[in-house]
Design a protein around this ligand. Structure first.
Ligand SMILES: *Cc1c(COP(=O)(O)O)cnc(C)c1O
Length: 465
């Protein structure tokens, strides 16, 4: 078609609006007009640029309906995580236990003693609700919680090292993803990065040689999402503590995914727990609430009272403060840690990381059974490895089981895309041209939904054929 006739085929905005209104009678007029204008503008641009070579009024209407539907449905919504990555940063990291959800609801719909001391009737502190239990669980003298761990690191450095030097090993200058890079955060905090050692090897003497009158602190950063192997040397937190004592310098450790539970008894790599790091004498530790801890997004700052008190008083603290819903969820999760076995059962992140392979296999079998007889689909179960994710235990690869799907009708990439487009979307991964559903992260009550999503693809496909 000629561009001229294509332009003429674009329906008028008022026509498009009245067609839309038939299908969406209760939608506000303003939104219908907005969508009709946007879609016709878009079509016009496509014609101009030559990307659109044919056009019918029906097509434009369908496009407008799709756009309107997208706008009317919530943008943030649940998905089914079949990737096997437990702390999946892009899929919302940790799932909250029921206890946390109840705690959120309780303070969300009613007034609370968020900053009110019920004993004195005077103003209280929001931090008081979790400080006691954090100290009890970890042995810390003092504790503070903020919006996330990035904020915890920023606030800690800004308080303790503004305009002064912080010594960090070159092997620990990690980028977490997105824009969180230790050197950049350090610069924004106003601290001066003093890198020491080489990428693979840093010695205690490297730290010592860098100390001068402008040194504020020694810092250790968890490597989180990578490992250095081969000819390596790393200085432990305990050694840094010794050095710090000699020169009167505090040691700050950004643990990233701090955890309270020793996962090595489940066959995973030994990571020092928050309790152990504090017991080794590290002055301040920071870590995330929603990585291995399995709580809501938060940044936890624990350690020596005089230092944490200074951090609390930093005016920047107000800008990164934790909100009441997060606080409610965090307190509920922390309470579960009083009994480690209970924590392992009830906190989904811990439960999923430590799930025995046999239990995962049962879920895989259940899904496979439900998919029996779907035409053009072959389903099998294979052993695979999951990931902890979230920059936690980067080398851990716990054994898992996946349901694999192959079909002569659809490529693995097509299946992946179709499942992702479903409602709820199912997020899977592709390995060797097969679609893999790692059942570790698929919750038992989601199995029927995955079944439905797959059957819909194969049912729908046959209608279109
Ligand atoms: C994840 C991580 C952060 C950032 O934590 P958020 O809670 O995502 O803000 C900072 N430092 C390290 C070492 C990390 O692993």
């Amino acid at each position: 078609m000629e561009k001229e006739s294509l332009f003429r085929a674009i329906p008028a905005v008022h026509e498009l609006v009245s067609s839309l209104r038939q299908k969406f009678p209760s939608s506000p007029e303003r939104l219908l007009v907005l969508v009709a204008r946007e879609v016709t503008n878009l079509v016009r641009e496509e014609i101009l640029s030559g990307r659109r070579k044919s056009l019918s009024a029906g097509e434009v209407l369908r496009q407008a309906e799709e756009e309107l539907e997208k706008r009317l449905s919530p943008s943030l919504r649940p998905v089914i995580n079949a990737t096997g990555v437990v702390v999946h940063t892009n899929l919302g990291r940790s799932l909250l236990p029921e206890e946390a959800v109840e705690a959120i609801e309780a303070v969300a719909v009613r007034y609370s003693n968020l900053e009110f001391d019920l004993r004195t009737g005077k103003r209280g502190s929001r931090y008081s609700h979790v400080e006691g239990i954090l100290c009890e669980l970890t042995g810390a003298e003092s504790a503070l919680v903020v919006n996330n761990n990035a904020a915890a690191v920023l606030l800690t450095l800004n308080t303790l090292a503004l305009g002064r030097e912080v010594i960090v090993s070159r092997g620990e200058l990690v980028e977490i993803g997105g824009s969180f890079r230790i050197p950049d955060v350090m610069a924004r905090s106003g601290a001066i990065l003093r890198e020491v050692g080489a990428t693979n090897r840093t010695h205690l003497r490297d730290y010592e040689a860098a100390i001068n009158e402008n040194t504020a602190l020694l810092m250790k950063v968890h490597k989180s999402n990578f490992a250095i192997v081969g000819f390596t040397k790393e200085v432990s937190g305990a050694e840094l503590v010794e050095l710090g004592k000699k020169y009167g310098l505090p040691v700050v450790e950004d643990l990233g995914s701090g955890c309270f539970v020793d996962f090595s008894r489940f066959g995973l790599i030994k990571e020092p727990t928050v309790q152990e790091v504090l017991a080794s004498g590290v002055s301040v530790v920071t870590f995330s609430g929603d990585k291995l801890l399995g709580g809501p997004q938060a940044g936890l700052i624990l350690g020596q009272k005089d230092l944490v008190d200074q951090i609390k008083k930093n005016p920047m603290n107000r800008a990164v403060r934790i909100d009441k819903l997060t606080l409610a969820a965090l307190e509920a999760v922390l309470r579960l840690y009083r009994d480690e076995e209970e924590a392992l059962k009830k906190i989904p992140t811990l439960h999923l990381i430590t799930m025995p392979p046999e239990e995962i296999r049962k879920k895989a079998r259940a899904l496979k059974r439900r998919l029996r007889g779907v035409p053009d689909l072959s389903v099998s179960i294979r052993e695979t490895v999951s990931r902890v994710g979230g920059g936690a235990l980067p080398l851990a690869s716990p054994k898992s089981y996946a349901v694999t799907l192959t079909s002569p009708r659809f490529s693995a990439a097509e299946l992946e895309r179709k499942l992702r487009a479903g409602d709820p979307p199912v997020i899977a991964r592709i390995e060797e041209e097969k679609l893999l559903l790692d059942m570790r992260t698929v919750l038992p009550d989601e199995i029927p939904l995955v079944e439905k999503a797959i059957k819909k693809i194969f049912g729908e496909g046959s209608c279109q054929d």
